[in-house]
Ligand binder design. Structure first.
Ligand SMILES: *Cc1c(COP(=O)(O)O)cnc(C)c1O
Length: 388
């Protein structure tokens, strides 16, 4: 039999669940794009997005996904022939590097461990060799969604010292989940998208850029140029044409939720839910060392997504989906995809949802006879009890 009827739980690392208030905000036939509520929502949205990213500098918005944000940021930072250093901790870092390469940049990857945070000393050592300051930009993911690694962005910025390269951060899986203070931390470019921590449907790519990056803008082409999207007053300029009015309403409503919760509570909730997930994996691991978080040191783990080794993961994901209405994320970047999975806990994730997901996983492990230690749900519940 199945217990999947009723509300489902979407626990993949993006797109994340869209809250009802956000869905309802989109329920309009349309609007004038030259005056009125959508123009006001756009301006409010831009202010809130800058507040969330901790910046008083610039923001460019694009109809598109995270890849569109990557391409926009890359084209504005790097002309063909410009040199970029990409710090990679998994598939998304490699993906951004490959895109920059295809756009003509001279890309060097600085591969980092797949089970630990990137090493600031490795970045410092590489930049120290670049005495001619040929490296124009350093690219890094704050949260690498394939491996569940969290980079220490302030430490990486400090490692750059006086090197003049721009620091560009992929925050697609961390914006709204992890602290990220662009101005205080000295970050030049941030890329995000609407469908992960920002709780809106896919469809909007976001690029914050510093005045320093603005002054070094390369010829990105008329559609991708980030300058009119920030410096022109008209709504249609902000979006390079007809604005995505329903996405604006969705993001406006989502940012209202985020603002009401407040940044400290927002980040504490994500960190607490992540610790509950790790506590469950720790209990399972105690009875089966083949089940474990991919990142050993909790300090290097993302708070928005957990990537774990788990033999039999494909059967477990199918069981959770069919029997209990819980969708888990596929393992990425594994030699055998059946040995791991990813659990998203970003955006509209609550204790009731995450504890439910973990309890369903426990049921699935039991039903499928996958060896695992006892007490995972209790351990996760204890974390919530202690933090709440
Ligand atoms: C999801 C994700 C992307 C890709 O975003 P799309 O919206 O799928 O194009 C890039 N980087 C990271 C870190 C991500 O999590």
């Amino acid at each position: 039999m199945s217990f999947a009827a009723g509300p489902k739980a979407l626990a993949i690392p993006g797109p994340s669940p869209v809250p009802e208030a956000v869905l309802n905000a989109m329920h309009h036939a349309g609007a004038d794009i030259y005056a009125g509520p959508v123009v006001e929502a756009d301006l409010r949205l831009r202010e809130r997005l800058k507040w969330l990213a901790g910046t008083r500098q610039n923001l460019a918005t694009y109809i598109g996904n995270g890849h569109a944000g990557w391409e926009a940021a890359t084209r504005n930072m790097l002309a063909p022939g410009d040199k970029a250093l990409v710090i990679t901790s998994g598939g998304f870092g490699e993906g951004w590097a490959q895109m920059a390469r295809e756009l003509g940049a001279v890309v060097e990857e600085l591969p980092q461990p797949r089970d630990a945070a990137p090493d600031p000393a490795a970045l410092a050592a590489r930049l120290a060799q670049d005495t001619g300051h040929e490296i124009r930009a350093v690219l890094i993911a704050q949260v690498e969604t394939t491996t569940g690694i969290l980079a220490d962005i302030p430490a990486m910025r400090r490692a750059m010292g006086e090197h003049p390269a721009l620091l560009a951060v992929d925050a697609i899986a961390s914006m709204g989940c992890e602290p990220l203070e662009m101005d205080a931390w000295g970050v030049d470019v941030i890329v995000a998208a609407s469908q992960k921590g920002l709780m809106a449907p896919p469809g909007v790519g976001l690029v914050w850029f510093s005045d320093r990056a603005d002054s070094r803008t390369r010829a990105a082409g008329p559609y991708w140029d980030w300058r009119p999207r920030e410096h022109q007053p008209e709504l249609w300029r902000h979006w390079g044409g007809t604005p995505p009015v329903h996405s604006i309403w969705a993001l406006d409503a989502a940012l209202a939720l985020i603002e009401a919760e407040g940044k400290p509570a927002l980040y504490a909730r994500h960190a607490g839910l992540a610790r509950a997930v790790w506590a469950a994996f720790g209990a399972w691991e105690a009875g089966n060392p083949a089940i474990r978080c991919r990142v050993a040191d909790p300090a290097g783990r993302a708070h928005s997504v957990t990537a774990a080794f788990l033999p039999g993961s494909n059967a477990l994901r199918a069981w959770c989906e069919d029997k209990a209405g819980v969708t888990l994320g596929v393992g990425l970047g594994l030699a055998d995809p059946d040995t791991g999975l990813r659990l998203g806990h970003m955006g509209a994730a609550s204790a009731h949802m995450i504890l439910g997901v973990l309890a369903v996983m426990e049921a699935g492990l039991t039903a499928l006879d996958i060896p695992h230690g006892p007490g995972a749900v209790e351990a996760a519940a204890r974390v919530i009890a202690e933090l709440a």
